[in-house]
Design a protein around this ligand. Structure first.
Ligand code: HGY
Ligand code: MN
Ligand code: MN
Ligand code: MN
Length: 411
């Protein structure tokens, strides 16, 4: 039974309906009704594909397809079901559907590996709602504790802890018991859209990711003083926006100076009280810094903190910097990568080794397990926007490569 492009198309079109911004891209934030709708849809698809299904304490949805050695560590094939705001219909979720399609194919062909397979839809990989990231996979690794759940809050002041309760999950179920993931999971494999232009521009069909950039995220708060915009002389203001803007304006140049193909992004900005005729009392902005070279990340961080200190002192403002995510750069598993390379070649598909500028669930898992990440082309390299598109046929190719690689090696 071939891998069925039509089923993949239908699944992804159905899942695109679970959005809080219909007609304006996919917005499926964690612990929301849209996430719940997508999870229940995936639960049904996983079950119909012949898997036993469970939702873990962190809200990951997990289907299990048995192997001939039931006690063998699992092969985990995963990606995320949450999305960014007004994003596309492929980021993350396409990898979950690809995993389900692989198991449908194995079941219809009567293929049983030694290792059980777990197809996982992970929760809150993007970190958009709470400014974090890789929540589901980091929870699997025992890295998420109750204090973290209570301290990380969204823009409405709702903590992850309370969002979980409202969503029907018990935060107490999250265990920080350091799990021996390497004993439980034989390998972590993710199929994901490239979200960049390399495959599309070169016409290459399969991206073999050798490494993923490291990533640091901050929430910066600048505290000034609200005053009348008209009557307060310029030398008597403590203008939080003026201080923040002076620092933000320099960050992109510091990223270019840092080398290591570093990137730095200020993607969100909140102003209080956010009024045209009031000097800004407080500004909160996000910083997302990435590079395959950790020293480049550190150098940009240091320059931001130093500039904040100098600028705020000169204006009488104060500031705080809260680190909300810190993941080191990773190299992926060469053995698995070359197995993918060989299967791609045997299937007649072109492949290219590359570095991922986007983090993925593979990023935290690769620090603990043999992990691999396969890319499929993104049209014009666009992603995290409604224009995000991947041809369903390209997903079929990646699933065929994964299927061939698992069948021809002793998994
Ligand atoms: O932001 C990222 O790198 C990814 O989309 N989570
Ligand atoms: Mn994303
Ligand atoms: Mn993604
Ligand atoms: Mn990602």
């Amino acid at each position: 039974m071939a891998i069925v492009e039509e089923r993949i198309k239908k699944n992804l079109e159905d899942l695109a309906l679970f959005t809080s911004t219909p007609g304006n891209g996919t917005t499926r934030l964690p612990f929301t009704p849209e996430a719940r709708g997508a999870v229940e849809y995936l639960r049904k698809e996983l079950r119909d594909a012949g898997m036993t299904v469970r939702e873990d304490a962190a809200g990951n949805i997990i289907g299990r397809y048995p192997g001939s050695r039931p006690d063998a560590p699992v092969l985990m094939i995963a990606s995320h079901f949450d999305s960014v705001k007004n994003g596309g219909n492929f980021d993350g979720i396409a990898g979950v559907i690809a995993g389900i399609e692989l198991v449908r194919h194995f079941r219809e062909e009567g293929i049983v590996l030694q290792h059980p397979i777990e197809i996982v839809g992970t929760n809150d990989e993007e970190g958009l709602r709470f400014g974090t990231g890789y929540f589901g996979t980091r929870a699997m690794a025992g890295e998420i504790g109750i204090p973290y759940l209570r301290s990380m809050k969204d823009m409405d002041g709702i903590s992850i802890h309370d969002a979980m309760l409202a969503y029907g999950l018990d935060p107490q179920g999250i265990s920080t018991a350091e799990r021996d993931l390497a004993g439980e999971i034989a390998a972590f494999i993710e199929i994901h859209i490239e979200q960049g232009p390399v495959l599309y521009n070169t016409g290459v069909e399969i991206g073999l990711v050798e490494g993923i950039v490291g990533l640091k995220r901050f929430r910066v708060t600048v505290q000034g003083q609200a005053d009348h915009a008209g009557t307060t002389p310029m030398d008597m203001r403590i203008d939080a926006m003026d201080c923040a803007a002076k620092v933000i304006a320099k960050i992109s140049d510091w990223a270019v100076d840092a080398g290591g193909n570093a990137v730095a992004t200020v993607g969100s900005l909140e102003v209080f009280p956010n009024a045209i005729n009031i000097v800004a009392e407080k500004v909160i902005f996000s910083v997302d810094i990435r590079s395959i070279d950790e020293t480049a990340i550190i150098s940009i961080c240091e320059r931001i903190k130093k500039e904040l200190a100098v600028t705020c002192r000169a204006k009488g403002a104060s500031f705080s910097v809260e680190e909300t995510l810190n993941v080191l750069p990773v190299r992926l598993d060469e053995r698995i990568l070359s197995q993918f390379e060989k299967s791609s070649r045997e299937l007649g598909y072109s492949s290219l080794r590359m570095i991922s500028g986007a983090g993925h669930d593979t990023l935290p898992m690769a620090t603990k397990l043999p992990s691999a990440l396969l890319f499929v082309p993104s049209r014009k390299g666009r992603s995290h926007c409604q224009e995000e598109w991947t041809d369903y046929g390209d997903l079929v190719k990646a699933i065929e490569v994964l299927s061939a690689m698992l069948k021809t090696n002793d998994y």
